[in-house]
Design a protein around this ligand. Structure first.
Ligand SMILES: [Zn+2]
Length: 500
């Protein structure tokens, strides 16, 4: 019977190897159950150590899952990488730490593994499947990616921004952890947010079981969710894992932390969530992306862009927030990288703040589309000098698409209502080196905060498109991504700049 099961699972593995739904998959754990989740085995061209890398054991810690899902695309030069990015798949979907719907004592997946001095037996279906894969992999290293809620140095109750070693005294582990800490801390200016080493991992955790029973060097890498964008936390995981893999010779010295996805995809989209980006914009854009089949979206921040990460994408989206703060976070070099990306044929979608970023009239703006924004400072009687970009809190306006707008964005009921929150009022900049923009939609009503703004918004462009080099730019002043009914507009915009 056991033999038959082995044969069956080997057959399943064969069936699943190669492409499955556009994703390179080696196999599925808990196939056919609600815990089903893919794992990936990447073999280097030469023999070497095996690293077993897991993410998402806790469903409310997304950075580890995302990092593992990016690391599986790395070109390793020797050894073997076994990656299980979404260990607790239902928890990740629901955003819950625990395995949903299980009794309290078995709901924490990272306490399901064989305990010290107990039988070599994991609990729960998914726990047993992960433990089986771990044992089969015979790992030299087990790296489990997690997130804490606060910086350990500031709030000692949280394990955020730490590296926990199951066997900290181990000769093989210690120098590598030291190296990982110095590399990651060199990227963090605020020393209270530096990573610290911690000793020991919990009884029942994957790393402790792997250290005790498989003789693996086992680490838990914890980032901190508090006030840090997802792209930064995912990057920190990648930087630490890269250092480890370089130290043990699996990855080459000059390897970047982000590489092109190997999956078959129609559209690869980068969503900027670094400095100057609000929190709801990227989340709403992820909802939009769900409607685009065979697409991938990864969050990126300034450090990724400086590393050259845009090379791996077809489209970059800059969401709402503050255009000048986005520009400041990018810095001159980051802005150059974005411009070069579009010049070479990349697509750009800017929404509200992102549309300010694309404009031609600021010292800090990208100047990739030939429009100015209405932002001069006027003297308001009894108030003082005020900049004209501010029109008050979030509100609703009406807008209407043009014929060109229908071609690119599709046709719905018009005119329609749309959320507006101080997006740019666009007018021709007339810069000879830039192509003229095309109006895809007009504001048909307006909001104003100061009397001098009255009449300056109605019948001005709400959405424009243009060319920059070989690439396409599409700027949206209001917020279609924040209303479910209008998300199709954004999906069409993304597809169009991506050349689909
Ligand atoms: Zn955790």
């Amino acid at each position: 019977m056991a033999r038959l099961q082995q044969l069956l699972s080997a057959a399943l593995l064969l069936l699943l190897s190669g492409h499955s739904g556009g994703t390179l998959v080696s196999g599925l754990l808990a196939a056919g159950t609600k815990w089903e989740t893919p794992y990936h085995v990447i073999n280097g061209p030469e023999a070497g150590p095996t690293v077993f890398l897991t993410g998402g054991l806790h469903g409310n810690e997304p950075a580890g899952a995302l990092a593992a899902d990016q690391i599986r695309h790395w070109p390793i030069i020797k050894g073997r990488l076994v990656v299980l990015p979404h260990a607790n798949q239902p928890g990740l979907k629901a955003g819950t730490r625990h395995l949903p719907e299980l009794a309290k004592e078995e709901a924490d997946l990272n306490r399901n593994f064989p305990r010290t001095d107990a039988d070599n037996q994991a609990s729960t279906l998914i726990g047993r499947e992960i433990w089986r894969l771990a044992q089969q992999s015979q790992p030299d290293w087990v790296i489990d990616l997690h997130e804490g809620y606060h910086f350990h140095q500031i709030q000692s109750k949280s394990v955020g921004s730490t590296i926990l070693a199951s066997r900290p005294w181990d000769q093989r582990t210690r120098p590598v952890v030291t190296r990982m800490l110095s590399t990651i801390n060199a990227t963090i200016t605020d020393s209270r947010k530096h990573f610290l080493p911690l000793r020991g991992t919990a009884n029942g955790s994957l790393t402790r079981a792997a250290a005790e029973r498989l003789g693996a060097s086992s680490l838990i890498l914890e980032t901190t969710t508090r006030e840090q964008p997802l792209s930064l936390r995912v990057r920190q995981h990648r930087v630490m894992v890269r250092t480890l893999l370089q130290e043990i010779g699996i990855l080459g010295d000059g390897a970047p932390t982000l590489t092109s996805p190997k999956d078959r995809l129609d559209l690869r989209v980068a969503i900027y969530d670094g400095g100057g980006a609000g929190t709801s914009g990227p989340r709403n854009l992820e909802q939009v992306m769900k409607t685009i089949p065979r697409s991938l979206n990864w969050r990126i921040g300034p450090a990724d862009i400086l590393e050259g990460a845009l090379d791996h994408f077809d489209v970059v989206i800059f969401p709402g927030g503050s255009g000048s703060k986005q520009a400041a976070a990018l810095g001159i070099q980051g802005r150059d990288k974005v411009r070069e990306f579009i010049e070479r044929g990349g697509g750009f979608v800017g929404i509200c703040a992102g549309a300010y970023l694309a404009a031609a009239n600021y010292s800090w703006s990208l100047k990739i589309c030939n429009y100015n924004t209405f932002c001069e400072t006027r003297e308001i009687p009894g108030v003082g000098r005020k900049s004209m970009w501010y029109r008050g809190p979030s509100s609703t306006v009406t807008m209407q698409l043009t014929t060109e707008g229908h071609e690119i964005l599709g046709r719905g009921v018009e005119p329609f209502h749309i959320r507006y929150h101080n997006g740019p009022i666009m007018s021709p900049a007339g810069i000879p080196e830039l192509h003229d923009y095309q109006v895809l939609g007009w504001f048909r009503s307006e909001v104003f905060h100061y009397e001098t703004q009255r009449g300056t918004m109605v019948n001005t462009p709400a959405i424009v498109s243009g060319k920059f080099g070989k690439g396409r730019v599409l700027s949206i002043s209001p917020h279609p991504e924040s209303s479910q009914k209008l998300r199709y507009l954004v999906a069409r915009a993304i597809r169009w700049v991506g050349g689909l």
